[in-house]
Design a protein around this ligand. Structure first.
Ligand code: NDP
Length: 263
């Protein structure tokens, strides 16, 4: 029996155990997935091996600590310096990032996008901006404060804060701020958000499980929108494929992980 876990602080809200266990159970894969409340990110590696884990996911605030803890980092995680999936490969800790590709999966239904505005400049924004740029999509970033914008400027994004934002047309606007997660705030002052919404074709939010004030406003304006549930599904499917070392078919993983959303 293989054991998997999600590390985070907080972690009790995470739906990952339900998602992965639903796949393991229905596909008769001998594995179990649990939660680990980890406060100190520097203890990630020793806790992983002490628990005898075969793999893990990592959520807030340890994704950058997870990158540091790895013996080897593969694929897109190397570009962005953020790891959300860990695999025990013969006693070595291997890191991947499935968040960004999970998001690309989630926005497939919007068709080809060429120009994207990201609201927020945290870890999720970093991963999405780098991933969009890999596909030659133009990326602008709008954040409340200036400090975190330098990374985005360096990789070639157009950046602004609330004070110097000016109107432009976008194909897609993505909220990666935590505004609306545990409060009823918009990701920027209402006049800016209204201006943004009348100038975009599609809207997405990384937050899932609720209609955020941002999505509510998009709905009122009849703009096609989606919450973060498909992003969650996308990253989970890709992580499960890594956990099962491709022994499980991706279509089967997707079927049962989707089913877990009804639980
Ligand atoms: P970070 O803490 O790294 O970044 C948060 C960002 O939000 C910062 O840019 C911060 O701005 C901004 N912010 C916070 N509060 C407000 C506010 N009230 N108004 C405007 N801006 C605000 O978070 P993450 O990138 O790790 O996560 C962001 C969100 O994405 C979370 O809600 C998380 O749950 C969600 N998420 C969803 C996933 C999914 O699978 N669906 C996967 C990953 C994340 P400043 O720099 O000024 O502080």
């Amino acid at each position: 029996m293989k054991l998997f876990a999600i590390f985070g602080d907080p972690v009790s809200h995470s739906r990952s155990p339900i998602m992965h266990n639903c796949v393991f159970k229905n596909l008769n894969y001998k594995a179990c997935y649990t939660r680990v409340h980890l406060k100190d990110g520097s203890k990630l590696k020793e806790t992983f091996f002490n628990l005898g884990l075969s793999g893990a996911n990592v959520t807030i605030p340890h994704k950058e600590a997870a990158y540091e803890a790895c013996d080897e980092v593969r694929g897109f995680a190397k570009t962005v310096g953020v790891v959300n999936t860990l695999i025990n490969e013969n006693g070595k800790l291997i890191g991947y990032n499935t968040d960004a590709d999970g998001f690309m999966y989630a926005i497939q239904e919007f068709g080809k996008v060429n120009d994207v505005l990201i609201l927020g400049a945290g870890g999720t924004a970093k991963a999405l901006a780098s991933r969009f740029m890999q596909d030659d999509i133009k990326v602008s970033v709008l954040n409340r404060s200036q400090g975190r914008l330098s990374y985005f400027k360096e990789i070639g994004c157009k950046t602004s804060n609330w004070e110097n934002y000016s109107t432009k047309k976008y194909d897609l606007v993505v909220n990666t701020t935590s505004a609306g997660l545990k409060d009823e705030e918009l990701p920027a002052p209402k006049e800016i958000i209204e201006d943004i919404l009348v100038n975009t074709s599609f809207v997405a939010d990384a937050i899932y499980g609720k209609l955020t004030p941002f999505l509510h406003l998009a709905q009122e304006k009849n703009i096609t929108f989606k919450d973060g549930a498909d992003m969650l599904l996308g990253q989970g499917v890709l992580a499960n494929e890594l956990f099962s070392n491709k022994e499980l078919k991706i279509e089967d993983i997707k079927t049962y992980m989707k089913k877990s959303f009804e639980l």
